[in-house]
Design a protein around this ligand. Sequence first.
Ligand code: NAG
Ligand code: NAG
Ligand code: NAG
Ligand code: NAG
Length: 360
Amino acid sequence: MAGIVLPLTLLSFFAFGTNAAVGNESCSLADQRLQIGTFQFNSDCDAMWFCNSSQICDWKGCRRDDFPFGYDPDQALPEKCPDGQFCPDEEDACQSLLAVGSPCQLNRDDECEAPPNFKELADNSGMGLNVNGSVCLNNVCMWANVTLGLPCVIENTPYIVYTADGGEYIDIVSRGNCRTGLYCDASQKVCMQSKDLGVQCAADKECVSYNCLDTGVCGKSADKPNHVGRWVYVVCGIGIFGGIIVTVIAMFFFHRKQREVEREKRMQYWREQNAFRQNIMQMQETARHSLMSLPMNGGSQRSSIYNRDGINSEDSTLPMLQAGSKSSGLRHYVSEEQLGGGSDENMVMNQGEKGYNSRF
Ligand SMILES: *[C@@H]1O[C@H](CO)[C@@H](O)[C@H](O)[C@H]1NC(C)=O
Ligand SMILES: *[C@@H]1O[C@H](CO)[C@@H](O)[C@H](O)[C@H]1NC(C)=O
Ligand SMILES: *[C@@H]1O[C@H](CO)[C@@H](O)[C@H](O)[C@H]1NC(C)=O
Ligand SMILES: *[C@@H]1O[C@H](CO)[C@@H](O)[C@H](O)[C@H]1NC(C)=O
């Protein structure tokens, strides 16, 4: 039970205990501080209010973010400060930029006035080394103008990094007032040249890429996209097209046997059909010859049969289909005819009659 109660107590402490006071409620200026580990500004008042000089939570007078935390979508936001002014951590009201040497808040380089040669000193690397050439170190406004080998000011801030599995470790961020392209060495306290890729390093700030690898050398910038070599694209392309071609060839050989079987079937069918056609033509021929050679008196009867058969023979499908179902008989007929050598006329006529008989 205690195991459940304790986290809930802690949770409510963090969620409601620290930022409890809303508008018109009392607060203590002494409670204003930077959170341990994150160095985030914190006061007794909730998101939309600050603790004013009478120690009562009042509406905030300025904002630093485009989309500040804790406001409803339809709620009017305090203004962002114009050029030449800044909004302090308390977000009570805009103030004029601070002259060099003035006290400033942690990491608030933007609170400090720019040097005359701000264009030359400004950091455009996106690493946040300075703002417009000025830097806030140890809560003093300075200019980032120290050149190579000259003594510099250094500020080390130990942030606590909280990991997803509940662990935590320290990440020290070290800043100095050297010009861009230089860094303030921790032991000698002088500005040194930033190191290129592959050079030995002890901290991120020593590298031009701002990324000192675990192996102790400067690696490429952490936000740099990964590029693969041209050969990878070539290998991928060859792999894809090679795979397609190999598959096609494999299928060709795989189906060859099946194709041969199909072709053989078709050839057989064609040969059969051709044989039937030859038979029918021969039958017609035989019938015609036999009718021509008959005497006239028997002609009427024969011709009527012939006509009936002739009509049937004109319709090419019917005899063929019938012949197909009796293929062995027709083959027999062909072989008999070929064998028959002697009385040609008689033999043929008999075969013709056989042919009719088998059909009716
Ligand atoms: C304080 O109370 C007055 C009157 O109710 C209200 O108009 C004002 O907005 C409140 N101030 C804050 C900071 O909530
Ligand atoms: C502090 O805030 C309260 C509530 O908005 C207001 O009544 C009071 O005048 C403020 N005090 C100062 C010094 O502005
Ligand atoms: C830098 O400082 C100069 C001189 O004060 C100012 O005119 C300019 O707007 C500043 N630029 C930025 C990006 O703050
Ligand atoms: C460098 O900046 C400091 C303030 O940080 C200033 O006092 C000093 O005059 C500057 N030096 C040069 C050469 O601009």
